[in-house]
Every structure is written in structure tokens, then in C-alpha cells.
Design a protein around this ligand. Sequence first.
Ligand SMILES: [Fe+2]
Length: 199
Amino acid sequence: MSNSDVTSLNPRNIVAFLEDIFERRGSEEYLGEPVTMAEHMLQGAHFAEEAGEPEIIIVAALLHDVGHFTSEFGMFSMDDTKDKLHEEAGAQVLQRFFPSLVTDCVRHHVAAKRYLCATRPEYYSLLSEASIHSLNLQGGPMNSDEVAKFEANPNLDQIIRVRKYDEAGKQANFKTRPFSHYAPMIQRIVDAFELHQTD
Ligand SMILES: [Fe+2]
């Protein structure tokens, strides 16, 4: 199934669709980082799992950058002069199948960086060079109005946790479990969401 077939996605084939994206496009470079896109997202899931997070957070960490593959705007590049909003594209693809906790973590993972840079000065020093480059394209640290608005999100805590697993998932030569390890977990989240929708 290709990206142009997204309208035929349903709760029974979404996990295979995501796995196919990881397999076909996962080896693409995560520009500016020593990991591929798949390694980056699998590492995010790995660190969430290691931290004892619930499945929903592990899945959010695994899928947080999926918008890089669904956005018509294409991949982030160090030469970009305009942010490409992969986080919104990712949330939009996922929102038919995943609860708002997952889509909030995806939608706001870029804003979370801007939030953390504004509220925790030590966080900035942890950012990679590529992450600082994109931070500047994304508007830099939040101002106080933006901080207040961001803190009103009921999923703030989870959004920030996923952001940290995102940041951690940039390690070269780091062995992770394959996508297939997470597939049943993703399916459980999709099934629970579907059940809730038809209540
Ligand atoms: Fe990421």
C-alpha cells in the first residue's frame, strides 16, 4: 500500500501500513543525526519501554515522526528555511486510529522542544546541532503566552515524556527491537480506540 492509498486504511490494516512505511522508508537519513528514521523512532520506543511507560506512550514514541513519511512537504533538510510541519501531518494520519493522547504527543513533539527550551534552560544544552537548527526554523523558544497555552494541554506530562524519548533516540550503532516487536502493542491501542468509537 502506498501513501496515495491512505483512504483505504482501516483498523485491520493500519499496523501493516505503518510497518510497510518503516520497511520501505525507514532507512532514510534523519538528516543531521547519526541514525536513520527507523532507528530514531525505534530508539524512542525503546527508551519509553525501558522507562516502564505504558504501551500508549511507547507507541506514541514509536510513531512520533511518522509525519516525515506522510507529508507532501517531504523530508526535513539542514538547508530548509521553513519548517515543514511533519508533526501536524503525522497527527492527521494517525487520528483516525489512535486516541488523542497519542496524536497529542505526535502533534506537539516539536512544540514541546520550544516549550522545554523556554522553561528549562538546561534543556537547550542537550539538543543536537540539527535539533537546534530546526528549533530556530520552528520559532525558537516559546514566549510566555505560548507557554501558558501549552501548559493548558491535559496531556502535557505525556507530551514532554515522549519529547525526551525523541531526544534520546539519536544514538549511533544502538541495537533496538524490530518494528514487529511493537506491532501487537500498536494493534491493541488501535483496537481499544475502535471499541471506544463504536460504544
Ligand atoms: Fe523525532
